[in-house]
Design a protein around this ligand. Structure first.
Ligand SMILES: N[C@@H](CCC(=O)N[C@@H](CS)C(=O)NCC(=O)O)C(=O)O
Length: 174
């Protein structure tokens, strides 16, 4: 595989999921730099791959992290799309607003969105609790309490988080 460089911010779960995928696969990421646009961006040689789940997929292709079975592979993609549509915009955004920006610094518009995003985030966690999914979902779920979500309400998620953290090669977010 070509040299891999991850352009990232260490507070971002979207960036962490790529670092975790690389660590589980024992793939070296050469350097970490900040970029001015949206991150993460995975640099592969002289080519650039934005979108965290595309980067995870690139790293994991051909490994045991991606199922050989056609249905299971599609089901994995289902959870990655679910993460980007139902989970990340709610669970990650509330974490960013409440744990990094601070509620007092939010705009009126952002403050008004908190209850809607809280309900949608709880729905996403409840759906995960019933089924459970991929590494992409681990990144923002394991730090969801920073966004005011009560993970102890989701017992299957808590057991699953422990199982992921016990995988050989696991790296923590910070
Ligand atoms: N769908 C993209 C989302 C990327 C994204 O929104 N990144 C955030 C940090 S986690 C960002 O760069 N925000 C800066 C901005 O929106 O200008 C992914 O999964 O990589």
């Amino acid at each position: 595989m070509a040299n891999l460089v991850l352009h990232e911010d260490p507070r971002s779960g979207n960036c962490y999921k790529i670092r975790l995928t690389a660590a589980l696969l024992d793939l070296p990421l050469l350097a970490q730099v900040n970029s001015n646009g949206r991150i993460p961006v995975l640099q592969i040689g002289d080519r650039f791959l934005p979108e965290s789940n595309a980067a995870c997929w690139y790293l994991a292709e051909g490994s045991e992290l991606i199922p050989a079975d056609r249905f299971q592979r599609a089901d994995m993609l289902r959870w990655m799309f679910f993460e980007q549509y139902n989970h990340e915009p709610n669970v990650a955004t509330l974490r960013f607003w409440l744990a990094f920006v601070g509620e007092a610094n939010l705009s009126e518009q952002q403050r008004a969105q908190i209850p809607v995003r809280r309900t949608a985030g709880e729905d996403a966690l409840a759906s995960m609790d019933r089924h459970l999914g991929a590494i992409s979902l681990y990144a923002y779920t394991h730090v969801a309490e920073a966004g005011g979500f009560r993970l102890r309400d989701y017992s299957n998620i808590c057991s699953w988080l422990e199982r992921v953290a016990a995988l050989p090669g696991y790296v923590p977010m910070n």
